[in-house]
Design a binder for this molecule. Structure first.
Ligand SMILES: C[S@@+](CC[C@H](N)C(=O)[O-])C[C@H]1O[C@@H](n2cnc3c(N)ncnc32)[C@H](O)[C@@H]1O
Length: 292
């Protein structure tokens, strides 16, 4: 069975064109550094193509996806692991204290707090990474527009199935399914996506400027946030990092959103690429700076 990239649902992902992008990789290249890995579609496609893959992203949750699907060769979640994650009564923890009636209802926050505690009981970091990746997917499915920069009024309105139906002719019932139900619906897909390409693949969770000079690879693939397109990745997904780390986080400094600093960031970025033989950059026409 050929392993398949699971449903990650990442804003700005390259899933649909991943095979097209990697088809341009030169045949003599044996390794790739996916420096802004996001949902890991390019890392995964490269792993399928037999390359040694190094993945990096500044967001902890994207690093969890890299650990689960790129670095991990064989560990999967068992039914016993699922029992461990979902056993017990909801508790008042970080999510309840900070985000009840902000992103989720109080009872839902308490469920997340219980699952967070239980994930620690899993026997390996790879299992934990799969569990976080699946919980991420569940949290995102329950969240209108799949991102965490909406206010509670918008969220409750869009989660009101009657309102949503009257206004948009869509009930969006999946926002009101439980985390557990979403988790169980996706767990086989994530388990089956784990495979070994007989290379030592590795995940990093650092600012790109810290890690570029540490990694040795033939190709560097750059897919930064596109300046000028409102791609605020901390705003979209920072909440999930806070959940994993059980602490409040600050937006990252080098976020590529600001036109005033973009040129300088690209300059610094390119100046650190000398040792990579092949450079690939994804960008779009309406972003700043232009191709020229
Ligand atoms: C356009 S997305 C990458 C999408 C990815 N290629 C995919 O297929 O899913 C850009 C990513 O860059 C990450 N990022 C932003 N600033 C960063 C920085 N300074 N260092 C490392 N990663 C950063 C964001 O967290 C986001 O995941």
């Amino acid at each position: 069975m050929i392993p398949q990239f699971p449903n990650v649902n990442f804003i700005g992902n390259k899933e649909k064109i991943a095979a097209w992008i990697t088809s341009f990789f030169p045949p003599d290249a044996k390794s790739i550094f996916d420096a802004f890995a996001g949902g890991n579609s390019i890392s995964y496609q490269s792993k399928l193509a037999g390359l040694q893959v190094f993945s990096n992203d500044i967001l902890r949750i994207n690093y969890m996806i890299s650990k689960a699907l790129i670095e991990n060769k064989s560990e999967r979640l068992s039914m016993k692991d699922i029992d461990i994650i979902f056993t017990g009564e909801p508790v008042k923890g970080f999510m309840y204290e900070n985000y009840a009636n902000v992103f989720f209802f109080p009872e839902e926050c308490m469920q997340l707090d219980l699952y967070r505690e239980n994930i620690e009981k899993l026997s390996s970091d790879y299992k934990k990474a799969i569990a976080f990746s699946l919980l991420r997917r569940s949290m995102i499915r329950k969240m209108p527009y799949s991102r965490f920069n909406l206010n509670w009024e918008q969220i409750t309105q869009l989660r009101d199935e009657q309102y949503s139906y009257e206004k948009y002719q869509r009930k969006r019932a999946y926002h009101n399914k439980s985390f557990k139900k979403h988790f169980l619906e996706n767990f086989l897909e994530y388990n089956c996506a784990v495979f070994d390409n007989e290379k030592e693949n590795k995940a990093f969770n650092e600012d790109v400027f810290e890690v570029l000079e540490k990694v040795e690879a033939d190709i560097v693939y750059l897919d930064p946030p596109y300046t000028g397109t409102m791609n605020n990745y901390f705003g979209f997904y920072g909440l999930i990092d806070e959940y994993i780390l059980s602490e409040k986080k600050q937006p990252f400094e080098h976020h590529f959103m600001d036109k005033k600093t973009a040129i300088q960031l690209f300059d610094t970025l390119f100046s650190k690429l000398k040792k990579y033989k092949y450079w690939f950059l994804s960008y779009n026409n309406s972003s700043f700076p232009t191709k020229e």
